[in-house]
Design a protein around this ligand. Structure first.
Ligand code: SAH
Length: 452
């Protein structure tokens, strides 16, 4: 094939689409070029930096005709930081792009024709994260902290992160200035030298309680009492200061050993009327405002009257399960990670639920076994990780036909794939409601319901 596009070409192109990681896509005689920073419907000038056989990459030189949704990114490190991909697109534009992404996955991958509703977005899409995990490093003898640059483990030194809490911002800045006073030299992933690996900050959205976790290579901190005092002064909402030790040469954030320096070992927070206890390593949804939106939608789609038995597959710490338990006769949650199941059980007790139980195991095995033992749920809720449902679980459900399935998904592609199998198995898919849990990123969550 004649290659029309060559490395170092300078071209003027029209941007048609956006990839899953937020790059613009233009086609030159059918040959796709990926252009970071370019937006759909723009005419841009580019410099081709890599021309592979089937596609290439280009650098954005000039935007000749900007998208009506182009804005200048408010974050000072947007160009280098890998945390956000879409700050150069207005929030309205982001929601439109996400809706289109879901619709196109439904049509292309699943041949699903159920309506895709407009994305439920946030009124204020900033400072939404209730947890920040901030790596620390040294650059020319200076302490730096922020998020990793895109596609690397180099740190984009960040003066303020506009999607994290004010609490996390303040602690990040202060620790950057003062870490060395406490012997907390930043850890270097390449050499394994240094002490301070990550600062993790969690703040309860409703409770306002803050937990500060210092992840270090060893236990050693000089003058820990003074450090505790400093943290409490900088962030008076702090109720828990914890150290986690991670000596391993790994990019996994947490190590096995955790101990409390000051205050509680957990913070509490609530979603709607339900309270949760969250410890340093517990999984908990990142965007509390939109989590409530998502769960309320799931609850509405479950259409509970108080008489139903519900199975909640991939239940994590039981957040959706307890939401459902408010309106169902009983709920059983299934989750593969044992500590998450412990959290789920504790949270059920904490909230006085006597109709919610949890089991450890793979959803596809546990639910199949339940059916074989004659347990028949009225409603099944699933919320799998990005890879979607296990084929065996779909087979089991299609064979036993619970009359209603609510599917919560963080990946439209695998959702569309799975919905095809349910529709082939006789289910009707009613509508797909996308919810924006991660403004300025390309992620989009969906919830949908099926009946038979
Ligand atoms: N529903 C929860 C968590 C969803 S995240 C919430 O809203 O907070 C997906 C969960 O599925 C994770 O907790 C993960 O540990 C779990 N998981 C992954 N594979 C699984 C499997 N095969 N069976 C059961 N749970 C699984």
């Amino acid at each position: 094939m004649d290659m029309t596009v060559q490395k170092n070409d300078r071209l003027t192109v029209f941007v048609e689409d956006l990839t899953h990681d937020g790059q613009g896509v233009a086609k030159v005689d059918g040959y796709p070029l990926f252009i970071k920073g370019a937006l759909p419907d723009e005419e841009v000038e580019i410099h081709v930096v890599k021309a592979l056989k089937k596609y290439g990459f280009a650098k954005l030189l000039e935007v000749n005709k900007p998208s009506p949704f182009r804005v200048s990114a408010p974050c000072p490190v947007f160009e280098t930081c890998g945390g956000c991909q879409l700050q150069h697109l207005s929030y309205e534009g982001q929601l439109m792009v996400k809706e289109k992404q879901v619709r196109s996955a439904m049509e292309r991958i699943g041949k699903i024709h159920a309506p895709v509703l407009p994305v439920k977005g946030m009124d204020n899409p900033w400072r939404y994260r209730n947890k920040s995990q901030i790596p620390f490093g040294l650059e020319d003898g200076r302490v730096v902290a922020g998020f990793y640059k895109s596609g690397s483990h180099d740190i984009a030194d960040t003066p303020t992160c506009l999607i994290q809490s004010e609490e996390a911002d303040r602690l990040m800045v202060a620790l950057k200035e003062r870490a060395l006073e406490f012997g907390l030299t930043p850890y270097d992933e390449k050499t394994g030298q240094g002490q301070l690996r990550h600062l993790v900050v969690r703040t309860g959205y409703v409770s306002g309680e803050t937990m500060v976790v210092l992840v270090t290579k060893s236990r050693k901190i000089s003058q820990p009492e003074r450090l505790i005092q400093l943290i409490r002064e900088i962030e008076p909402t702090t109720v828990s200061i914890v150290q986690n030790i991670n000596p391993a040469r790994t990019n996994v954030i947490f190590g096995e050993e955790t101990f409390v320096h000051w205050g509680k070992s957990q913070i509490v927070d609530s979603i709607g009327d339900i309270q949760f206890e969250i410890s340093a390593r517990s999984f908990y949804q990142i965007n509390p405002v939109q989590t409530k939106v998502l769960y309320e939608q799931a609850l509405e789609y479950a259409n509970l009257t108080g008489h139903e038995t519900v199975m909640d597959a991939y239940c994590g710490i039981g957040t959706i399960s307890l939401f459902l338990a408010q309106k169902a006769k009983s709920v059983v949650g299934v989750e593969i990670v044992p500590p998450a199941v412990e959290d789920a059980r504790r949270n059920a007790v904490l909230n006085g639920f006597t109709n919610a139980e949890f089991e450890i195991g793979a959803a596809e095995d546990v639910i199949t076994a339940w059916y074989e033992a004659g347990q028949v749920p009225d409603v099944v809720v699933v919320d799998p990780p990005r890879k979607g449902l296990d084929g065996k679980l779909i087979e089991t459900l299609v064979a036993h036909k619970p009359r209603r399935i609510v599917y919560v998904s963080c990946n439209p592609a695998t959702l569309a794939r799975d919905l095809r199998l349910f529709e082939d198995g006789g289910y009707t898919i009613h509508e797909v409601q996308p919810v924006d849990m991660f403004p300025h990123s390309t992620h989009v969550e969906c919830v949908t319901y099926l009946t038979i």
